[in-house]
Design a protein around this ligand. Structure first.
Ligand code: 9MR
Length: 447
């Protein structure tokens, strides 16, 4: 059995147990059997939040408010904190609807994500017609005023929203703000930091989920540059608006992990997935697993409560139907959050050597293969004999779902005994990991 593989597996298990124990002590909503019954309580088990966008004009709808109060512990104003809402006339600030949402959230013990301080869209009319230094100063003044007004009440601000271009350029989107100079984004972040030093400052965008997309790479390079030059950025928001033309990418955990490795938190900020039934539920499951697999993915926000509340209601993209009933997608998200096993990041090293403790005349070496948000591949190479028996043990909730170059038997659900099948001394398998990225443990026996 490999020492390295085993210690990694143990470290993952220990951190999961610690997180679950701490959460159980803190949050009474966790029933004795460990499975939480709301999205917020389930997310809290791994120290994460589960949020929703809220519209001020729905705070009188008792079904809506009932679900909001019960299920979510983070709130984003869907439109009420945008530039056109908070500064309708230059230097005249208007916080009535935003305050309704912030006060409701805080009275209910929920936190608030601020959305959004600077954006090319939803600018008030007076700003749309500005340019140059006057616009730059108006933007900075807006950020200073709004972030100061809400100082101490905001967990994270989307300081700049949607500043990168779609398509293959990987560059900035043209806008009146961009035309004030390429440094407008860092100027915005510095102004936000000065106004509210304790809020996390995020860059937020859409179509940045697939690691191989040029837009994702463009944002990554900007964050890397900001971190290297000390521009104050703490987090990156991935809006995650998915549909059949823009499906959940299989490399989502790679994207989130690579951004997190730059030293920022990552958050899924506006999640919705058009569709229905089990296909929609599976995609929600994949997104949740991707977040759980990255330690610095601090939470998920869905972009509305019921399908009928959505900005694209006809696509039924949310977790509750128009009557407020839980959908299959709701159950899949809750189950993944309750699996509580996703607090480890994928291991970064690629190989480890496994020796047989019983001196069974052979050595099995495990090496990582491809990783996806729901599964990973592993390969094992055997030396010392051509007539081997390798026992592969995976840990719950992992399951081996495919094998190659071996003939396998299954003494139990999580134990596979592999023998040669005429294809040499390297075999492989696919593990459905359920958020648990621990390596399997191996032992090798000659004969
Ligand atoms: O959901 C919001 C919708 O009510 C507004 O009409 C729209 C106007 O731009 O903005 C929607 O929210 C957007 C968010 O602020 C930024 N990312 C895309 C969201 C969906 O369009």
């Amino acid at each position: 059995m490999t020492l390295t593989a085993k210690s990694v597996a143990r470290a993952g298990l220990v951190s999961t147990i610690v997180a679950a124990t701490a959460a159980a002590a803190l949050f009474a909503a966790t029933p004795a059997n460990g499975a939480a019954s709301t999205l917020a309580a389930a997310a809290q088990q791994s120290g994460r939040y589960f949020g929703t966008a809220v519209a001020a004009n729905k705070l009188g709808d008792s079904t809506y408010v009932g679900i909001l109060n019960r299920e979510f512990d983070m709130v984003t104003a869907e439109n009420e904190m945008k530039m056109d809402a908070t500064e309708p006339n230059q230097n005249q600030f208007s916080y009535g609807n935003a305050d309704r949402i912030v006060n409701h959230a805080r009275n209910q013990g929920k936190r608030v994500r601020g959305h959004a301080l600077a954006w090319h869209s939803q600018q008030p009319g007076w700003m749309q017609n500005m340019s140059g230094t006057a616009l730059r100063n108006a933007m900075l003044n807006h950020i200073t005023q709004v972030a100061t007004y809400y100082r101490g009440k905001i967990y994270a601000w989307d300081v700049v929203n949607e500043a990168f271009a779609d398509g293959s350029s990987g560059g900035r989107r043209d806008s009146n703000l961009q035309r004030t100079g390429n440094d407008w984004i860092e100027a915005a972040f510095r102004a936000a930091r000065a106004a509210d030093p304790n809020a996390k400052l995020c860059y937020n965008d859409y179509n940045t989920d697939n690691w191989s997309h040029a837009k994702t790479q463009g944002v990554y390079r900007m964050v890397q540059d900001f971190k290297s030059r000390g521009v104050p950025i703490d987090c990156v928001g991935f809006q995650a608006h998915f549909n059949s033309g823009n499906p959940v990418p299989s490399n989502y955990h790679t994207t989130l992990g690579n951004f997190a490795a730059l030293g920022v938190d990552v958050q899924i900020t506006e999640l919705d997935i058009e569709g229905s039934g089990s296909s929609q539920a599976q995609q929600y499951q994949g997104v949740t697993q991707a977040c759980l697999s990255v330690a610095r993915c601090t939470g998920i926000t869905v972009w509305g409560i019921r399908d009928s509340d959505s900005w694209r209601a006809s696509g039924t993209p949310l977790l509750f139907d128009g009557s407020g009933n839980k959908k299959a997608a709701y159950n899949s998200v809750l189950n993944v959050l309750n699996s509580g096993t996703g607090t480890t990041t994928p291991p970064t090293s690629t190989t480890t050597t496994t020796s047989n403790p019983g001196g069974g005349g052979c050595t099995a070496t495990y090496s990582e293969g491809e990783k996806w948000n729901d599964r990973f591949n592993g390969n094992v190479t055997v030396t010392g004999t051509d007539n081997w028996t390798v026992t592969v043990t995976v840990s719950s909730p992992q399951r081996i779902i495919a094998t190659w170059n071996t003939s396998a038997t299954w003494p139990s659900a999580n134990v596979m005994v592999a023998r040669p099948n005429g294809n040499g001394n390297t075999f492989g398998f696919t593990v459905q990991h359920g958020g648990n990225w621990s390596w399997p443990s191996l032992s090798c026996q000659a004969g």
